[in-house]
Each structure stands twice: as structure tokens, then as C-alpha cells.
Design a protein. Structure first.
Ligand SMILES: [Zn+2]
Ligand SMILES: [Zn+2]
Length: 130
């Protein structure tokens, strides 16, 4: 998938990267493998924009976006125990997003990656405690 066909919201042109990082630190699988995260409602791959909002390609089609702090994650291993994981703090999100940005490096110009990184740090700082 190239940057040009990543889903975009009509109302703005925020930078978007695919939601790809390894399982959260406390996940039962202890895997270090990067994985793509899918929207639990519709099963489509998820994306994250520079405001920290996660969404899928069905955003205009019945799915809604949500802040990464409110997102829960479950890999196949966690599914067996019916366990979901959430980020505990902003720095854990930053670590995870580092992986997502690495994965997006071939798809986005570096100036956009830098803008994304800069913006999301600000947004996480502002939105985490609200
Ligand atoms: Zn896992
Ligand atoms: Zn969806």
C-alpha cells in the first residue's frame, strides 16, 4: 500500500501511517514481531493520524475513530485468554509508534515523518490527561 491510497479524512489532510507495531509490553505472547493491527469492529487494517486518532478505511462507512489511549489490542495468543491490552502511559505509545514510523519510512517522505512525530508528541501530551 502506498501513501497515496492511505485513507484520508475529507475535512483535513493529516499525515497518516499504518498501525504497525509489536504487541504491548504486558501481552502474554511476549512476541517481538511487528504486526498490523486490525479494527475489532470490521476487521480492516487500522491507521493512525498525527493527532493520535486510530481509524480504518470504513471511517466514512459506519466505523468511527478513537484516541490511541482508548484503543485495546489483542493478538491471536491473547485471544485464547480473551484478554485485551491498553497502553498504560504516553511513553509506551511513543515506543510503539517508533516501530510504526520505521515501518512507514518507505512510504512517507522523511519531512512528513518528522512532522508526524513532532505532532503526535504534542497531541499525546495535550490529550493524555483530558
Ligand atoms: Zn501478543
Ligand atoms: Zn472499522
Amino acid at each position: 500500500m502506498s501513501a497515496s491510497n492511505l485513507p484520508q479524512r475529507d475535512d483535513d489532510k493529516l499525515i497518516v501511517v499504518p498501525l504497525e507495531f509489536k504487541c504491548l509490553e504486558d501481552c502474554v505472547c511476549k512476541s517481538q514481531e511487528k504486526r498490523t493491527w486490525y479494527h475489532k469492529k470490521c476487521g480492516k487494517p487500522s491507521f493512525i493520524n498525527e493527532k493520535g486518532d486510530i481509524f480504518c478505511e470504513n471511517l466514512q462507512n459506519g466505523c468511527s475513530s478513537y484516541f490511541i489511549k482508548d484503543a485495546s489490542f489483542q493478538c491471536d495468543e491473547a485471544k485464547k485468554n480473551n484478554t485485551w491490552y491498553q497502553f498504560k502511559n504516553a511513553s509506551e505509545i511513543c515506543m510503539a509508534l517508533g516501530k510504526a514510523l520505521q515501518a512507514a519510512e518507505n512510504k512517507l517522505e522523511s519531512v512528513k515523518l518528522l512532522k508526524f512525530t513532532h505532532q503526535i508528541l504534542i497531541q499525546l501530551g495535550q490529550r493524555w490527561y483530558t
